[in-house]
Design a protein around this ligand. Structure first.
Ligand code: ADP
Length: 498
């Protein structure tokens, strides 16, 4: 009993929601899949079935896209920017009102600690909607001075919604990724078909209900549950979808680009990473060590921006590696619904196999696990926080995205050369730099080929701060005002006035 005293009791509303016969949102109604099929979502802490959800496929995507098209041409057009903003603001309020509920749903479906979801995923999602609510009234064009001899023209630009947006999201931050996608698209006046990840469909289905409650007209937001190869692929290839926004693996991102080519829909991608985190010997190690641990262990390493290559200046390498290992050792693993849990299970059995496969390959290739190195227990999908040393650049654990709590620690001796090693990757999503030398910090920020550079911090997100990738980490940016580019077209209007 004593041991279980920190277990959170599932809220009656959450119990009621999870045990319900789930439906998805198409054309303003909660509906079954056209095929009538369902699939299971699992509780990763136990491996047991948590819920059955509709298995949407091509036919459901067709229905959703038609509804989104009708809404785009009809009801949604009639909403003023201010009214769109008010609806977005309302969603943020509804998320906040149901914050405890969302945190529990997220924890049960994804595995993450409920306490983390409550202070990170849920408030960040609410804040994203609130930030985007403000943009709805600020999608402005310009007046353009022309240089045509003799003059006589007046020219201006309009920024218009791109149309029906297809959006495909992953399972690592289910509610937050839904917010990142829906917020900007709705702010500018697009309509949306959102395909959520098959591993974690539940929080988006609860959000769909709140979207209904907020008062969006039918068809403006459609939420489809289903698999990537069927529902996702149908959405990416759909000829009546004007834009596809995808977050997930680089491998699938390339498939999305190919699928989108049919009607040349606009594409934005937020993909994988193998982010370098560089600790110089002049860093404040008291913050750099927990910072480096947080960079990789936050969300169990299931972050596209996880600081998975830890470069440490030689003189302090042992100290930093020991420190990060000590931090990792102290992390309490357990079910997400236990308040004392600091790291939950990985999301799925596939993910468990994938991460353990990398650990095995690292061992075979000669890497050494200072801590961790494998699965914990035989129930649920738990993997021990792992610090690898003796890692060589040609090893898979050095090159490839593991998407688990596994960091490769690499010493460097020449501070002028570390950026070359840090940039030696196909990815370019994020990077970290730890130093007290302000010149070195900014110089590194300039040299690192990454969409985000965190200096003396890591994993800091804000709705106003753009996020996205260089190189094979993506196209376009999420958040900030830059994301609005993903969902708008610029129209030039040229008027002869005399
Ligand atoms: P992960 O490897 O982290 O599961 P994926 O890139 O496989 O990430 O999945 C991210 C999202 O992409 C999920 O919603 C998934 O269903 C979807 N997806 C997977 N394969 C395809 C595909 N071929 N076409 C469209 N979407 C896909």
């Amino acid at each position: 009993m004593e041991e279980n005293s920190t277990l959170v009791e599932t809220l009656p509303s959450v119990r009621g929601f999870i045990s319900r016969r789930h439906k998805m949102l198409i054309d303003g109604k909660m509906v079954d899949a056209a095929s009538g099929k369902t699939f299971a979502s699992y509780n990763p802490a136990t491996g047991e079935v948590l819920a059955q959800v509709p298995e949407g496929d091509k036919e459901d995507i067709d229905r959703a896209v038609s509804a989104a098209r009708r809404a785009f041409e009809g009801s949604w057009r009639k909403f003023t920017p201010s009214q769109r903003g008010q609806l977005l603001w309302k969603i943020s309020e509804l998320i906040e009102r149901h914050a405890d509920e969302f945190a529990q749903i997220e924890s049960l479906d994804n595995g993450k600690p409920v306490a983390v979801a409550r202070v990170a995923d849920v408030p960040l999602a609410a804040d994203l909607f609130r930030y985007m609510a403000g943009w709805a009234t600020k999608i402005e064009g310009n007046t353009i001075p022309l240089s045509i001899p003799g003059g006589g023209y007046f020219a201006y630009t309009l920024r218009e919604p791109v149309g029906v947006a297809g959006q495909i999201i992953p399972w690592n931050f289910p509610l937050l990724m839904a917010a990142w996608k829906l917020g900007p698209a709705l702010a500018v006046g697009c309509t949306v078909v959102l395909k959520v990840a098959e591993q974690t469909p539940l929080s988006a289905l609860r959000l769909a209900e709140l979207i209904q409650e907020a008062g969006f007209p039918a068809g403006v937001v459609n939420v489809v549950t289903g698999f990537g190869e069927t529902a996702g692929a149908a959405l990416a290839a759909h000829p009546a979808v004007d834009k596809i926004a995808f977050t997930g693996s680089t491998e699938v991102g390339k498939l999305i680009v190919q699928a989108a080519a049919g009607n040349l829909k606009k594409v934005s991608l937020e993909l994988g990473g193998k982010s370098p985190n560089v600790v110089f010997k002049d860093a404040d190690l008291e913050t750099a060590i927990p910072g480096a641990a947080n960079a990789i262990f936050f969300n169990h390493g299931q972050c596209c921006c996880a600081g998975s290559r830890l470069y440490v200046e030689k003189d302090v390498f042992d100290q930093v590696v020991q420190g990060v290992a000590e931090q990792g050792k102290q992390i309490k693993l357990g079910p997400g619904m236990d308040l004392s849990t600091q790291m939950g299970p990985l999301v799925s059995t596939e993910q468990l196999d994938r991460v353990c496969g990398y650990l095995q390959s690292g061992r075979q290739e000669g890497a050494k696990a200072v801590i961790g190195g494998g699965r914990v227990g035989d129930r649920g999908y738990f993997v021990a926080p792992t610090v690898l040393t003796d890692v060589k650049p040609d090893m898979k654990v050095y090159q490839e995205e593991i998407f688990g709590p596994v960091v490769a620690a690499i010493p460097f001796s020449d501070p002028n050369e570390v950026e070359a090693a840090a940039n030696q990757t196909i990815y370019g999503l994020a990077a970290g730099v730890w130093t007290r030398d302000i010149g070195k910090a900014h110089s590194m920020a300039e040299k690192l080929r990454a969409g985000t550079v965190w200096i003396n911090c890591y994993n800091v997100f804000d709705a106003a701060l753009p996020f996205g990738g260089y190189k094979q980490s993506g196209w376009g940016r999420e958040m900030g005002h830059e994301v609005l580019e993903n969902y708008t077209e610029t129209k030039s209007v040229c008027v002869r006035i005399r």
